[in-house]
Design a protein around this ligand. Structure first.
Ligand code: GLU
Length: 485
């Protein structure tokens, strides 16, 4: 029987979910789910200096909001817990000691001063001169008994090279002479990241290790540990860098100067979690056909490791906005209204208006929800405007006929008892032929007076419907007054 596929997302709780981390989580999820496997959450919080209050909540919340539901993790448990590294502290030491017993690791008593003094000297063996590697056994015992602080280091092979296969980058070889005798257990008794990571991945039976390509050069070290223990090496899937393009066109590693890089920040800028996930799925993975819009379920169905590219991809905010627009347009109008409501409120305060009509005009026109407040500000307050807005060649309007149009429109609209799009539409479209003008000639001045600006989302009829009868008539009369009538 084939082994169950298990991937893990192992974020450090920094309080911030970078899109690069989120992409790693997504690919781990997709690899597991596309092969009916399990997706595990492990919190790597042993770097105490970097701990940020509430940071694990950011991780849980992001996974929830993006739909990346884990099968095991600190909050839901599982057979392979604990899933928080700081709660696993006790279990690493025996593994380090096992390697010492087997002659594959050793106690190192070098002081900080000694190690510092090595710097600057010609660096051999990757940095550490292996001073304690062959200390006589009695000496080791004497120092241990005396309570001398120590670390445990792994004996790296002195010659040859280590090669590993990466599912994305292919075969990678590193000369063993470049490898430092890596520290497994620090002098405070805690494991190093490299050591804990390998032990955890092994004990949690992780089959695919997915991480950013900045870990490529550390991978031989991980493998030498797997080999020292005689454990099966997982499949490595290293992901390409995510770049950003600066204003000058220069491409460099994605950072704040390119734009928002955190999930929460992007959401606050009005991007939908589904759109963000869809977009970042394509940052480094190329679907077989040219389809681009995928739900999470669709991604699970289509994803495969061989579609992952090793060339860096550039985070394109315009493309993300395009995806966002697609998702906004595709959603049921009620859902759009619910999502847009906080943005409606930003401009309109406590005012109520015909939300349904407002959403009808905005849903096809925004790519980010944050564009809404600016677009609808004129509903809250009639902007100051100049009368030359009434003059429009295409609609054949001028300062004189605009007066006539507004006077008749006001009279016709006053008579309406059911103020809705349909009725307003019927009334105005019956009025135009009566006045022997084209619809545009009537609707242009009405829209200018109602909105106080020439570029608006939606046309005159929708705008009137949204404003309500009283406010519409008030504005049309202001327009008339401006025209000196
Ligand atoms: N805790 C590491 C990080 O947040 C995870 C690296 C890994 O996937 O092994 O970068």
């Amino acid at each position: 029987m084939q082994k169950k596929i298990r991937t893990r997302f192992a974020p450090s709780p920094t309080g911030f979910m970078h899109v690069g981390n989120l992409r790693t989580a997504l690919y781990e999820y997709l690899i597991a789910k596309s092969m009916h496997g399990d997706f595990i959450l492990r919190i790597e919080d042993t770097d105490q200096e970097r701990l940020v209050e509430g940071a694990t909540d950011v991780i849980y919340r992001t996974l929830r909001e993006t739909g990346l539901m884990h099968d095991e993790g600190p909050d839901i448990g599982g057979e392979f817990g604990p899933y928080v590294q700081s709660e696993r502290q006790e279990l690493y030491r025996p593994y380090a000691e096992q390697l010492v017993r087997e002659g594959k690791a050793y106690y190192c008593f070098c002081t900080k001063e000694r190690l510092d003094s090595l710097r600057g000297e010609e660096e051999g063996f990757g940095g550490y001169d292996r001073h304690c590697r062959d200390l006589p056994q009695e000496e080791v015992e004497r120092l241990l008994k005396a309570g001398t602080p120590y670390v445990i280091r792994q004996k790296m092979p002195v010659e040859g090279s280590t090669t590993f296969e990466d599912a994305v980058y292919g075969s990678i070889t590193i000369e063993n002479s470049e490898l430092e005798d890596q520290i497994l257990l620090k002098s405070d008794g805690y494991p190093t990241y490299n050591f804990a990571n390998v032990i955890d991945d092994h004990l949690m039976q992780i089959t695919h290790v997915v991480r950013g390509c900045e870990y490529l050069t550390s991978t031989p070290k991980y493998n030498l540990l797997y080999e020292a223990f005689g454990w099966e090496i997982p499949v490595y899937v290293h992901l390409p860098l995510i770049m950003g393009r600066g204003d000058d066109g220069e491409v460099s590693k994605l950072s704040k100067r390119h734009g928002s890089t955190g999930f929460d920040d992007l959401v606050n800028e009005g991007y939908l979690p589904q759109a963000i996930m869809n977009y970042i799925a394509l940052l480094g993975w190329c679907p077989k056909d040219n389809e681009e819009v995928f739900s999470l379920e669709g991604l699970v169905q289509n994803f495969s490791v061989d579609g992952i590219s090793k060339s860096p991809s550039v985070f394109d905010y315009d493309k993300l906005a395009w995806f966002n627009g697609e998702y906004l347009r595709a959603m049921p109008p009620e859902e759009f209204t619910a999502l847009a409501m906080p943005y409606y409120r930003q401009s309109l305060g406590e005012k109520t208006c015909n939300w349904t009509v407002l959403s009808t005009i905005l849903q096809p026109r925004v790519t980010q929800l944050t564009q809404i407040p600016e677009k609808i500000r004129f509903f809250a307050e009639l902007p100051e405007y100049e009368t030359d807005l009434f003059v429009n060649k295409k609609s054949k309007t001028n300062l004189e006929n605009s007066v006539t149009m507004l006077e008749h429109a006001i009279a016709a609209l006053e008579a309406i008892s059911t103020w809705d799009v349909e009725t307003i539409h019927t009334v105005l479209l019956e009025l135009a032929p009566k006045l022997e003008v084209k619809n545009g000639t009537l609707l242009w001045p009405v829209r200018i007076a109602a909105a106080g600006m020439s570029v608006t989302p939606g046309g005159a009829i929708e705008i009137l419907a949204i404003l309500g009868k009283e406010e519409s008539l008030r504005r049309l009369r202001i327009g008339l007054a401006k025209l000196g009538a």
